[in-house]
Design a protein around this ligand. Structure first.
Ligand SMILES: NC(=O)c1ccc[n+]([C@@H]2O[C@H](COP(=O)([O-])OP(=O)(O)OC[C@H]3O[C@@H](n4cnc5c(N)ncnc54)[C@H](OP(=O)(O)O)[C@@H]3O)[C@@H](O)[C@H]2O)c1
Length: 388
């Protein structure tokens, strides 16, 4: 079988991990790395041959020299343009970049299908778990009704440390020291990263485009020590939970801080681990747990995609996607919330039970909370499985 000729775009944590893996058997005989595209051409790259590196886009696309690009740069620019050019030139694409996959999902999927090449993105969603290929296979013989997950390992690590007794800022520092948090962790805490992942899965599972303005994304605020004590007193935990469901033909998506029970599946997933639950019509509930990031983990996900191309058995995401705005119902849904408030008396009309400055609300629409904005120190939705 002919060796696959690969261009590696990016040589950071992930790109160098893919390179290392492809130097070893059996991949060294199946794949040859033809070039490595980077931003800083003169950076020290250890023992990797210098002639492989380039910072010129045209070097990557020299006529008929590449079969596959493996994109591990991140961001939209130049990733979007290079993926588009690769597909146009009938070059297979593998990417770990959830931002670009989320941003241009349908354009890439339909363009790749038209050109007869692969567009594979396993590493972009919970890299340690083969969630994308599983999802594509599942929907061949089943209907997915709901997806739920803890999809951001960095945030989950911080929340695990807070639960163990650290203050929020100590927990952030600890996660940063362990390499789980970026210098600027806003995408993690504000749910942007988890939202990208659940959006990618939802498009595959439900076959609809989702209007971003209708999606509910609530960031994680600093958690007070008194909130931590209150949660512990009830055997509850705070998690950042992503949910996607199909309700009456509408795709409903949310990422928000959520209270779960300590002993629940979600409550037991700690540190940088992720969990994904699929509820299906035929098979019932399916669960996958694993690490979402890391050099070796993410490289393995990309090499998995590469081997699918090598065997010419790669997954193709259905492009029967309706580009209709979804009538998102997240704001209409009712749920109970845990609130930490300044003046509990001001909330008596929505209170179910009161515990000092903490209130558990009756089932209410989120918009009711927005009306109380400034009075609320902290709030989190209470998961529907929590017994109140
Ligand atoms: N890290 C993980 O565990 C993980 C897990 C899952 C998915 N991902 C995704 O994988 C992608 C890469 O992540 P990473 O952690 O490997 O990033 P990284 O360590 O920052 O590496 C990025 C690489 O891309 C190159 N690059 C960036 N911008 C470029 C540009 N404009 N032109 C040319 N080259 C450019 C950089 O070149 P220089 O070396 O010259 O600076 C660097 O080699 C991201 O989309 C990320 O979300 C990462």
């Amino acid at each position: 079988m002919k060796r696959l000729r690969v261009a590696l775009l990016g040589f950071g944590v992930v790109g160098s991990g893919v390179y290392d893996m492809l130097q070893k058997p059996p991949y060294d005989t199946l794949v040859s790395i033809e070039c490595i595209f980077v931003r800083h051409l003169f950076k020290d790259r250890g023992n990797v041959p210098r002639h492989l590196f380039t910072d010129r886009v045209d070097d990557v696309f020299k006529s008929n020299t590449i079969d596959v690009i493996i994109e591990a740069m991140g961001g939209l620019d130049p990733a979007k343009a290079m993926i588009t050019r690769a597909i146009h030139d009938r070059i297979h694409v593998i990417t770990a970049n959830k931002e670009v996959v989320d941003h241009d999902f349908h354009a890439f999927v339909s363009h790749a299908k038209k050109q007869g090449v692969a567009f594979l993105f396993e590493a972009s969603v919970v890299a340690g778990v083969p969630v994308i290929s599983s999802l594509v296979e599942l929907i061949d013989s089943d209907r997915i009704t709901r997806i739920e997950g803890i999809l951001n390992g960095a945030t989950n690590d911080v929340l695990t440390h807070v639960h163990a007794g650290l203050t929020f800022s100590e927990a952030v520092q600890k996660a940063r020291n362990q390499g789980f948090l970026e210098a600027d962790p806003r995408d993690d805490f504000e749910g942007v990263d988890a939202l990208r992942k659940i959006m990618i899965m939802a498009r595959i599972a439900f076959g609809t485009e989702i209007d971003r303005k209708d999606v509910c994304r609530i960031g994680l605020k600093e958690i007070t020590p008194s909130m931590t004590l209150f949660l512990k007193s009830r055997d509850w935990r705070l998690k950042q939970v992503a949910q996607a469901g199909s309700e009456n033909g509408n795709t409903v998506i949310s990422v928000e801080p959520m209270i779960v029970e300590d002993r629940s599946l979600q409550g037991s997933v700690e540190h940088e681990n992720n969990v994904i639950l699929f509820e299906t019509e035929q098979r019932g509930r399916l669960v996958m747990i694993g690490k979402g990031a890391g050099k070796k983990t993410t490289a393995a996900a990309m090499v998995h995609d590469l081997m699918l191309i090598h065997r010419n058995r790669y997954y193709v995401v259905a492009d029967g996607v309706e580009d209709r705005p979804s009538d998102n119902r997240t704001s209409l849904r009712t749920a109970s919330y845990l609130l930490e408030v300044k003046d509990a008396d001001a909330f008596s009309s929505i209170t179910r039970t009161r515990h000092g400055h903490f209130i558990i609300t009756r089932p209410i629409q989120r918009t009711v909370l927005e009306a109380h904005g400034k009075e609320i120190v902290f709030y989190a939705r209470i998961h529907e499985q929590v017994r109140l």
